[in-house]
Design a protein around this ligand. Structure first.
Ligand code: NI
Length: 188
């Protein structure tokens, strides 16, 4: 099932998510649906709040970006994750987000992280990630904390993207994938 993607301006994206209680929902079906939703939108990561579910879960498949650099794709489901360690070294990298169509900006993040999580079979993992997987995981992890990549953009650059962000919340954007039109716009 392909879900419509929740867009910037919807309060769901700003709300911190809750842990999933094992057995309370079918995480395998949900992860399959999240991958399908992400692929039809040509994304490399998707977090549950982006499909309207405030749950601590996200999926990642970096294959489309890795192929450009000749790396092997990183595909994984993260449930109830906790980032338990960060490398001090940081790097800037241009990010975008399926919930914020048409906006891209450099975000500075640690280059390496250590993360504890469950997969879709409820197997626990502790992974040390670097490079592109570390970058995408931190972006998606922010989503389940109610943080968007644009929240990290400050100063002049923030002022430059502000009008684009306002336009998205007013329903003025272009996206070639299924999105949820905010209720306040439909009422007009
Ligand atoms: Ni995003």
């Amino acid at each position: 099932m392909i879900y419509p993607i929740i867009l910037y301006g919807d309060p769901i994206l700003k709300k911190p998510s809750e842990d999933i209680v094992p057995g309370s929902l079918d995480v395998k079906t949900l992860s399959d649906d999240m991958f399908q939703t992400m692929y039809q939108a040509s994304g490399v990561g998707l977090a549950a709040p982006q499909i309207g579910k405030n749950l601590r879960m996200f999926v990642i498949d970096s294959t489309p970006m890795d192929e450009d650099e000749g790396n092997e794709g990183f595909k994984r489901v993260f449930i109830n994750p906790t980032i338990v360690g960060f490398e001090e070294e940081e790097q800037a990298f241009e990010e975008g987000c399926l919930s914020i169509p048409g906006v891209r900006a450099d975000v500075v993040r640690p280059t390496k992280i250590k993360i504890k999580y469950f997969d879709e079979n409820w197997q626990e993992h502790i992974d040390l990630l670097e490079g592109l997987p570390a970058r995408i995981v931190q972006h998606e992890y922010d989503h389940i904390e109610g943080i968007l990549f644009t929240d990290h953009v400050k100063g002049l650059k923030k002022r430059l993207i502000k009008s684009k962000l306002n336009n998205i919340s007013k329903g003025q954007f272009e996206a070639n994938y299924k999105v949820k039109i905010p209720a306040k716009i439909l009422k007009k």
